[in-house]
Design a binder for this molecule. Structure first.
Ligand SMILES: Nc1ncnc2[nH]cnc12
Ligand SMILES: [Zn+2]
Length: 324
């Protein structure tokens, strides 16, 4: 089994339907509009977000969040992952009644519990949510910059790409960059190549969340390759959200062939009927990648990870040891 690393997973979106049902029972909520027959119910990005927000609102205490990250990272480790970055969302925590600090501490505690059990390294990327607005994105950046949590190592923006302008997020990213945080931004998922170009021009990230619609412009693909921008690609998510019609149409192999740095992630696994393991299996089945190619993808992810040099070296040594 190839070792794995994940750079792109929203922690609220990692809660399995069974866990969400249990949380709903705890807080006396009816799940039936959003979960049916053990599966999340949605049919487009907007209804996906509605189901996601409903589920996120059922994680309300520190222990709810600690258990969520502990459970997710433990399951990743069982599937061969040695490293996990999760997106966190102060906005969702505030909505659920918890301070960003209590929420972040709790998620960090769960990650450390998973590490104690399995050895998996975890880090957090604080995100702002586009459809909540610029002010909340700047507040998230300020929180990320001053929280001083050792596992908070990145800042990003997610949410509905059809809302807001990249230019408006420049200040938030400056705050994060000045604090030494790694920078990633969702682009080129719901909107086309122009969105990726704008993200690169305005935000100057080292990584792009998705970025897959850059494939619509060969010059942009070349720019991504030349500049060494890392794409956090989530094929199962892309097919579920109909960004592409089928895995046969997915551009992952084209990006690889063009020399772009591509990685594999699950995004919001149970919503898209996937897991990190399934993403690696998809790459084998649909993109013709053998274990050596998959291990190289894991190496790309670790090299692009928002993690201190010493931990990165230790993770790379684990990959080298595995090959022998
Ligand atoms: N796939 C996705 N795109 C943008 N924002 C998200 N938030 C959670 N999942 C997301
Ligand atoms: Zn995402």
């Amino acid at each position: 089994m190839p070792l794995k690393a994940e750079l792109h997973c929203h922690i609220e979106g990692a809660a399995a339907p069974e866990l969400v049902v249990r949380q709903a029972q705890k807080y006396g909520k009816d799940v039936s509009p959003f979960i049916q027959n053990g599966s999340f119910v949605w049919n487009d990005f907007t209804s996906f977000l509605a189901a996601y927000d409903f589920a996120a609102d059922l994680f309300r205490t520190e222990e709810d969040y600690a258990r969520l990250s502990e459970h997710y990272l433990t399951s990743l480790a069982r599937d061969g992952a040695i490293y996990s970055e999760v997106f966190t969302s102060p906005d969702h925590a505030i909505k659920a009644g918890l301070s960003p600090k209590a929420y972040t501490d709790a998620l960090g505690e769960g990650m450390l519990r998973a590490k104690a059990k399995t050895g998996i390294e975890g880090r957090m990327i604080v995100t702002g949510v586009r459809h909540v607005g610029v002010e909340s994105i700047e507040a998230a950046a300020r929180f990320a910059a001053r929280c001083n949590h050792p596992l908070v190592t990145g800042f990003g923006v997610a949410g509905d790409e059809r809302m807001g302008e990249f230019e408006d997020y420049v200040r938030a990213f400056e705050i994060a960059r000045e604090a030494g945080l790694g920078i990633t931004i969702h682009a080129g998922e719901l909107l086309g190549w122009e969105s990726v170009a704008q993200a690169l021009d305005h935000i100057k990230p080292s990584r792009i969340g998705h970025g897959v619609r850059a494939i619509e412009n060969p010059d942009l693909v070349k720019r991504i390759a030349d500049e060494g921008i890392v794409l956090e690609v989530c094929p199962g998510s892309n097919i579920a959200l109909k960004v592409f019609d089928s895995f046969a149409d997915h551009p992952f192999p084209k990006f690889r062939a063009a020399g772009c740095k591509v990685t594999l992630s699950s995004d919001d696994p149970p919503y898209f009927w996937t897991s990190l393991k399934r993403e690696y299996d998809i790459a084998t089945e649909h993109f013709g990648m053998d274990d050596k190619a998959l291990m190289a993808t894991t190496r790309t992810a670790i090299e692009a990870a928002f993690v201190d040099r010493k931990t990165k070296a230790a993770l790379l040594a684990r990959l080298d040891g595995h090959k022998r």
